[in-house]
Write a protein that binds this ligand. Structure first.
Ligand SMILES: [Zn+2]
Length: 134
């Protein structure tokens, strides 16, 4: 099935709502840690190949590291006499409740990013003089 183009506003809403990169309606996650195998609305299979979501690791870093850096900065402002390693440890502890959200958003961001760069191919045009298949 050809993948229709999703406009940027619709894509941003779908990403924020953790929705399917093709239809923008179906939920990607069934629970905090469990993904649907395919979109409940349009049937798009989310994992294109084994190990597909390894690419989501980059988005996880991109989301997590700035949060931890900001947390370290805030901890340094509040506790300037503490050594850096303790400040980073404190920021990590404060970050732990955000791990499920970072996990989900990193996967959904990767899904949308991948679908923008590599959508499903358009169906081939039938040769001239032939009718399209039903
Ligand atoms: Zn869908």
């Amino acid at each position: 099935m050809a993948e229709p183009r999703m406009l940027w506003g619709a894509r941003a809403r779908a990403t924020w709502g953790l929705r399917c990169p093709r239809c923008g309606r179906g939920r990607v996650f069934a629970s905090s840690w469990t993904m649907h195998r395919s979109c409940p609305a349009c049937g798009l299979v989310f994992e294109r190949e084994p190990g597909y979501f390894t690419g989501a690791m980059y988005f996880s870093y991109a989301l997590g590291i700035p949060i931890i850096a900001l947390g370290t900065l805030l901890a340094w402002l509040l506790l300037p006499h503490w050594p850096l390693i303790r400040l980073v440890g404190l920021a990590w502890l404060a970050f732990l409740p955000l791990v499920p959200a970072v996990f989900r958003y990193s996967r959904v961001l990767f899904l949308h990013f991948d679908r923008i760069l590599d959508p499903d191919p358009e169906p081939a045009e039938p040769p001239p003089g032939r009718d399209a298949p039903p």
